[in-house]
Write a protein that binds this ligand. Structure first.
Ligand code: ADP
Ligand code: MG
Length: 249
């Protein structure tokens, strides 16, 4: 039916050694298909970011193998892994990782220069992405002039603008109000369907589990099916409309 974009097999990650060793990932198996949305839950410190770093070729496992689009990324050179990251993977980091001296627009533009997209294409994509997150009026502002939620939306727009095969989103709605969060997540769904982009979304928000195809809990270094907790958010479905600029988010 569909193709696995990501395959994770027996992945372990231990930090430190000897007495001080911390075994964070203890045997992770995971498959993510093209265009699939996967949610990852787990308490703080359970290893969610560590697992995203493995999938995104930012860190290497202590044991086990990861394939991206059929290629074993655990055996790839650092150079090829870097190229894979800048061309195929959109990162929405927990800390946003925006360049403070660049405007919202320039932050997105830079991410599109790395895969060497032309000027016209970069401009088109950056504007479309800023519009998608309701930030077109803020394009020429630097991060310091934006609220936490607006910064988070710039980070989201930057990942979307790349139109990558995979987006890794580390708590991507943590700074957004419920309504904006729901709109962003609904946009992810449509984007995944239209672009065949797969999403792995780390979250604490029960709303995310309702929007994705599959949800897991990271527990004792392993993935188990997510235990669904009835969400009150579902009872407050916002009307379908473009994302509005809301000063608080
Ligand atoms: P989560 O994202 O679920 O909150 P993390 O993946 O950030 O958790 O961290 C999981 C555990 O791994 C924590 O105990 C953290 O201290 C440890 N850890 C993460 N990265 C490193 C590192 N580079 N060196 C040492 N320990 C680390
Ligand atoms: Mg984390």
């Amino acid at each position: 039916m569909s193709n696995p974009l990501i395959q994770v097999q027996g992945v372990e990650r231990t930090f430190g050694s000897g007495e001080m060793a911390v075994r964070v990932l203890r045997g992770i198996d995971l498959t993510v298909e093209e265009g699939q949305l996967v949610a990852l839950y787990g308490p703080s410190g359970s290893g969610k970011t560590t697992l995203l770093n493995m999938i995104g070729a930012l860190d290497r496992p202590t044991a086990g193998t990861l394939w991206f689009d059929g290629k074993d990324i655990t055996r790839m050179s650092d150079g090829r892994r870097a190229k894979l990251r800048r061309t195929q993977i959109g990162f929405i980091f927990q800390s946003y990782a925006l360049i403070p001296t660049y405007t919202a627009y320039e932050n997105i533009d830079l991410a599109l220069r790395l895969p060497r997209l032309g000027g016209r294409e970069r401009r088109k994509r950056a504007i479309a992405a800023l519009e998608a997150v309701g930030l077109n009026a803020w394009a020429s502002h630097v991060p310091d002039e934006l609220s936490g939620g607006q910064r988070q939306r710039v980070a989201i727009a930057r990942a979307l603008a790349l139109r990558p095969k995979l987006i890794l989103a580390d708590e991507p709605t943590s700074a957004l109000d419920t309504r904006t969060a729901r709109r962003v997540l609904a946009f992810f769904r449509g984007f995944a369907a239209a672009q065949k982009t797969a999403f792995v979304i780390v979250s604490h928000d029960p709303m995310v589990a309702e929007l994705v195809d599959t949800a897991y809990d990271l527990h004792d270094g392993k993935l188990i099916p997510h235990v669904h907790i009835e969400s009150v958010a579902a009872a407050h479905e916002p009307p379908a409309q473009p994302m509005q600029e809301e000063g608080v988010s």
